[in-house]
Ligand binder design. Sequence first.
Ligand code: NAD
Length: 243
Amino acid sequence: MTDLTGRTCLITAAAQGIGAASAKAFARAGAKVIATDINAEKLAEIEGIDGISTRLLNVLSDEAVANAALEIGPVDILFNCAGVVHNGSVLDMKEGDLDFAYDLNVKAMVRTVQAFLPGMLEREYGVIINMSSVASSLKGVPNRFAYSTTKAAVLGMTKAIAADYVTKGIRCSAICPGTVDSPSLQDRLRATGDYEKARADFIARQPIGRIGTPEEIADLAVYLAGATYTTGQAHIIDGGWTC
Ligand code: NAD
C-alpha cells in the first residue's frame, strides 16, 4: 500500500464524488489532506475525519487560488479534480458552455498549478494529478463536445507539465475514468427523464458490467501519488470501455 505519511495533499472539488473519496483515501494513506470545494455544506461532512481539513476554494477565481497558495504554503501533492460535464454536440451545445468548460476543466488546473508548482520546485518534489476522462482525445463519446474537448486539453497540459519538469522532481499524471457513480452522474441520469433506462445504457457501455465507484478512482490517485517511475501519462480506469 502507498505510504504518504508526511506528505501534504490539496484536492479541488473534494466535497463529493471522486474528490471526497480521494480525500478519505489520501488521508488513510497517511497524507495531511486539504480538501477544498465551493460547497461548504458538503465539505462539512468530511471535516474532522482524521487527516482531513477543509477549506472553501473556488477554482474559477485567480485571486482565491493565489491566496490559498499563500495561506497554505507548499504542498507535495496537488489533485486537480474539479470539472463539469455539459451535454450536447458541437451544433447543439448551449451558448457559453465551451467557455465555461474551458474555465473550470482546463484554466482552473492552470491556476492551481501556477500557484502550487513554484513551492514544489523549491523543494524539488511534487506530484500533480489532473482529472481527465476517456471522453477526451482517447474516445469519441456522443453528446460530450465541450466536455471531451476540454478533457483532451487536460491530457495535453499534463504531458507538457511532465516534460517541462521531469528533471526537477515533479511528476504530472492524468486520470481518465469511464462512468463513475457520483452525485453529478445521478443528476445527469435523472435529467434524462428516464432514470432506469439511462442507468442501464451507461452500464451497457462499460464491458465490465457496472459503473465504477469513486473509491476505485481514488485508489488510482493515491497509487499515482506514490508511483515514482511514471509521469506524463493518461491512466485509463474505465471498466474496459476503451480496451
Ligand atoms: P461531482 O461532479 O459529483 O462533484 C463535483 C464537485 O465539484 C462538487 O462538489 C462541486 O461543488 C465542485 N465544484 C464545482 N465547481 C467548483 C469550483 N468552481 N471550484 C471548486 N469546486 C467546484 O464529482 P465527480 O462526478 O466525481 O467528478 C469529479 C471529476 O471527475 C470531474 O473533473 C469529472 O469531470 C471527472 N470525471 C467524472 C466521471 C463520472 O462519471 N463521474 C467520469 C470521468 C471523469
